[in-house]
Design a protein around this ligand. Structure first.
Ligand SMILES: C[S@@+](CC[C@H](N)C(=O)[O-])C[C@H]1O[C@@H](n2cnc3c(N)ncnc32)[C@H](O)[C@@H]1O
Length: 184
């Protein structure tokens, strides 16, 4: 009986690892790789955005939802996170549940380019993608946000818009530029 339970546990762990690996490969091929912003980078970037209590932050590609959890805990903000990796979606849901911030944060599964109805409500949009991904969504993003929205992009930039301000922070152990963009 004990051996059967052990075999079952090993099988479950193996299935989780396989699921995680498939999602990693999926994210690597079709979007930005699944690496997460450091706590310092998130706080510095949200301060750069001037995030205030009760404002709405949208994280396009929310990964593990840490950005939204810190935004809720440290700034009192509301959050929406969107991710198309099933692993990141489930992980974000679990992290939000465990953080006790369920009332403030909503996690959506899917391609963020298909859920633009949220965008115009955002006070702050957080990005940690790739230069190529930023440039692919640049026209769509700036077209769909309102004039009050501040976009902050960690490590990567846009090609047609210049940052209003850039600062340096630290993520993945490296000094990294994070930039603030405003429409118009
Ligand atoms: C580099 S991670 C950043 C995670 C989180 N924002 C952070 O800063 O810690 C990028 C995330 O974007 C997601 N992603 C990339 N392209 C996407 C798309 N078109 N729609 C939804 N999610 C996407 C990936 O699955 C990945 O989880």
């Amino acid at each position: 009986m004990i051996i059967l339970i052990l075999e079952l546990l090993i099988l479950i762990v193996l299935l989780i690892v396989i699921f995680w690996l498939i999602c990693l490969i999926f994210a690597q091929i079709f979007g930005a790789p699944t690496v997460y912003s450091s706590k310092k980078a998130i706080i510095d970037t949200l301060k750069l955005a001037g995030l205030k209590k009760d404002e709405l932050v949208i994280d396009l590609g929310c990964g593990n939802a840490r950005v939204l959890i810190l935004a809720a805990k440290e700034f009192g903000a509301q959050g929406i996170g969107i991710d198309r990796s099933p692993f990141c979606f489930l992980r974000s849901k679990l992290s939000v549940f465990l953080s006790g911030q369920r009332e403030k944060i909503k996690i959506v599964f899917g391609d963020f380019e298909k859920v633009e109805s949220h965008l115009s409500k955002a006070d702050v949009i957080y990005l940690y993608l790739l230069n190529s991904a930023n440039r692919k969504i640049e026209n769509w993003l700036f077209k769909n946000i309102s004039s009050k929205t501040r976009i902050v992009s960690l490590a990567f930039t846009f090609s047609k818009h210049s940052p209003k301000k850039s600062i340096f922070t630290k993520t993945l152990g490296r000094k990294t530029q994070t930039s603030l963009y405003i429409k118009g």
